[in-house]
Design a protein around this ligand. Structure first.
Ligand code: C5P
Length: 405
């Protein structure tokens, strides 16, 4: 989400510094580049070694260190940053920032940077209330310095009041919003099925398909990045779970159906991206099926699997906005529109899988069909395509909700 954004994290002296370690992990997971600068007082609370390991970069803590200046000088560092985040920002540091001091590396960087600065103040409630601090913060806000928090509550010193540093997740959210990535879907729960299902023939063999699960995982990621609660019901796939996604692993269609119907009823949106096996064995052999010498044929009796998405779309209570996928090898639009009606879906996303394209690939294009309209999402990386699709789904979900009100 913060792909290649350069974030300079300044840590000043305060017990809340331990939360900054988690904040840096959030930044790293979101693919940001992070460099950490410590004031001398901060080193009493967190060590440069910990921060170096977490940020994957050398930590700077001195203005007059010839070695550090050789690696990346303070002016270079000030120019490097897209954003300076100071967490925790102590009362002393805030005062020095307001005065325009340059008496340590961090204050010098703040003076030397043309980039925006975000402060997460943290201090004793009385120090925060103090007119001097309030004046300093007001002046800084006037100059365009951004602020998050502080929160109210119990303080490490035993006091109760405003002065606790915002949580790492709150600061992370503020930074995402600063870069234009909103967390606007926090009230939404989305359930997604992804990947193939695996239907046992006997203890060693199964029926399955070529679905990689990449599209479903990318959609889960797109919603989670915008703050939605995401349940991802995954068949057997070889993929890393996207950040902040609740993954439920299943194998067979019946296992997937059970989980999907349960989670769907607690969701606003259900997206059936899985390539569910249409049939399973009428009876799974309890022992490995042996080759028989007398015959060149083996006949397996299959029975139909439950149609998961149709069960969800036809829920009489708590029916979510339901989105299906149609992988077709011919007459894509015709079959997709037919499925939209037959399965009672709100939207169907069709893709042409003739010639093995799409399965396992990193790119895809989609044709979207609603009851009254259609739209083409052109070929793009599945990550990008998933973001565009999430936006389309949200727009239609919201307009349907408005109509129903
Ligand atoms: O397999 P079919 O083309 O009918 O799949 C269309 C949609 O139905 C997909 O969204 C797929 O996830 C869903 N489906 C399902 N349960 C099945 C078969 C398909 O949920 N048994």
């Amino acid at each position: 989400m913060l792909n290649n954004k350069k974030i300079l994290v300044g840590i000043t002296g305060g017990i809340a510094a331990y939360k900054t370690i988690e904040l840096i992990r959030h930044f790293k997971k979101a693919n940001a580049e992070v460099r950490v600068v410590l004031t001398p007082a901060a080193e009493a609370f967190v060590t440069p070694l910990t921060l170096q390991a977490i940020s994957a970069n050398a930590v700077s803590n001195s203005l007059l260190d010839p070695q550090a200046e050789l690696a990346m000088g303070h002016i270079e560092l000030a120019k490097w940053a897209d954003l300076v985040v100071i967490a925790p920002a102590s009362a002393d540091f805030i005062a020095r920032l307001r005065a325009g001091m340059a008496n340590d590396l961090l204050s010098t960087l703040c003076l030397a940077t043309a980039s925006p600065i975000l402060l997460a103040p943290a201090m004793n409630q009385q120090m925060f209330k103090q007119i001097a601090t309030q004046e300093n913060l007001a002046v800084l806000a006037n100059r365009g310095v951004q602020m998050i928090g502080p929160n109210s509550g119990f303080q490490a010193c035993g006091d109760v009041g405003a002065g606790r540093m915002s949580e790492a997740s709150e600061i992370f959210q503020a930074v995402c919003e600063h870069f234009g990535y909103s967390q606007d879907l926090q009230d939404l729960t989305v359930t997604i099925t992804a990947g193939p299902t695996r239907e046992a023939i006997d203890p060693v063999r199964y029926i399955s398909n070529h679905s990689s699960g990449k599209m479903g995982f990318a959609i889960a990621n797109a919603f989670a990045q915008r703050g939605a609660k995401v349940n991802l019901i995954a068949g057997p796939v070889n993929l890393v779970t996207p950040d902040k996604v609740n993954r439920i692993d299943v194998k067979s269609a019946r296992e997937m159906a059970q989980q999907a119907v349960e989670f769907a009823q607690k969701s606003s949106i259900f997206i059936g991206c899985a390539a569910v096996a249409d049939y399973r064995m009428a009876e799974v052999a309890s022992q490995k099926i042996k080759k028989t010498d007398g015959s060149d044929e083996l006949i397996l009796k299959l029975v139909k699997n439950p149609d998961i998405i149709a069960s969800v779309a036809n829920l009489s209570q708590n029916r979510p906005f339901t989105v299906g996928f149609a992988a077709e090898t011919q007459d894509v639009a015709h079959y997709a529109k037919d499925k939209l009606k037959r399965k009672n879906l709100d939207l169907i996303c069709a893709n042409d899988v003739s010639g093995g394209q799409v399965f396992g690939q990193d790119q895809n294009s989609l044709q979207l069909f609603w009851q009254n309209s259609e739209k083409i999402l052109p070929l793009a990386d599945k990550t990008k395509l998933a973001e565009t699709l999430a936006e389309e789904i949200i727009t239609h979900y919201r307009s349907k909700n408005k109509e129903n009100k």
